[in-house]
Design a protein around this ligand. Sequence first.
Ligand code: C2O
Ligand code: CU
Length: 502
Amino acid sequence: LGVAAWRPDGLVGQTGEVLRSTARLPSPFTVPLPIPAVKRPVRTDATTDYYELVQREASVEILPGLKTKIFGYDGTFPGPTIESRSGRRIVVRHRNELPVPTAVHLHGGHTPAEHDGHAIDLLLPEGVTNAQTFSHGMVGKVTTGEREYDYPSKQRAATLWYHDHRMDFTAPQVYRGLAGFQLVRDDDEAALPLPEGERDVPLMIVDRSFDEDGTFLYPSVDSTLKLERGVLPAYMEGVLGDVVLVNGAPWPVLEVDAARYRFRLLNASNARRFRLALESSSGDSVPFTQIGSDGGLLERPVTQERLDIASGERFDVVVDFSQLPVGTTVTLANQLGESPSTSRVMRFVVARKAADDSNVPAQLSRIERLDPAKAVRTRDWFFNRGELVAHSGDHNGWTINSATYDPQRIDAAPKLGDIEIWRFGSDLHHPVHVHLDPFQVLARGGHDPGPYDVGWKDTVDVRPSEYVEVLVRFTDYLGPYLMHCHNLEHEDMAMMATFQTS
Ligand code: C2O
Ligand code: CU
């Protein structure tokens, strides 16, 4: 498929149907913001920290007075935060006590392939041995009960997240709660005077919908051991909820000191994209100072009045509350919300004056520029709606270069160390994510990169009828690895490809 064969279909913006909650919802900005617990290693030695997580069902209070059944790492949503040190190995033992197979992917991790949470490398529940039952015969390395994921962490400080990646069922399993933060820290970052401790706050933003009794609404029938593939056709654009959760709480509120805070923004929604902006009750304009992107610190801070964030992306920002009078409220708004409920995310309330010796230095880090003149080849990747299946009215899902995902097929074979240009084209919005190593955006729509493309990225939102060119260079580990659309319903409906590093 070449450029000429590709035709935009003209659909723009947020697509997909919003599932309507019937549960009683709280007033916005009344539930306190939870901070996910930081996981303690069960043991450490000279080189390695060892962790143990249990994937299990739990009933948790998300909406006040109601219980929601979740799938959670350690029974929590978000899962516990794992903090690691660049260069220090981490081994995470996962036990699967859920009624479904899982696969754990560390998003943004520079991870050997066998530990990358490949979509067909399944961790089956205890006592289940026949993997075929679950996976249409498409199985990779299968383990039953528990297994270890081994992360060398040879990468710079960055905000990573781990989430489920089971083939065809990533969307419902992440929706039910299988997502958590993993923060990599390093000495260069620690030497900077950035806000830290309680003023370094991860914020996982998602949309969800709730049935009357508090149950998550999700339009599929996969929940236990059934075999239905994918979601109902009406939702193939992506499932959208009408409640915004931050760290698992609906439109929460956080009391802050009049000081600088670092927020690690993650959009872990299945399909929703946000345009985030800060609105203060005092009329002061409060910008974001972006200090990092998916792959860690930028070279220099960038002032952003708003931030477009698609599923899978992270923006590391500093917000300065120090000049605001005590009592000021600052609302994190979503300018792309289609209703009042999805137009707000959370609120900060400046609660007290406080000492603050943090700062955002003009130079944050150094980033090696990948040189497009050194690129050895260009690959085109077109993210398109699939074909209609004759007579059925059905789609064959979503495609990359006209092909639906097939785990047996290798779609590209880049050599380790080579610089390549990958050109992503798109019919609609598709947030494109590449495993193993981050990339640098070279051009968007034939022009310079956009305002949100700065730094090392591992997920980039390709907009309707647009090309985004990125420079990739894979290092260290032999494939296979995945690249895919991070709209999780698109991913489950086959918008995924395999590259084999060698
Ligand atoms: Cu966040 Cu391949 O995924
Ligand atoms: Cu997509």
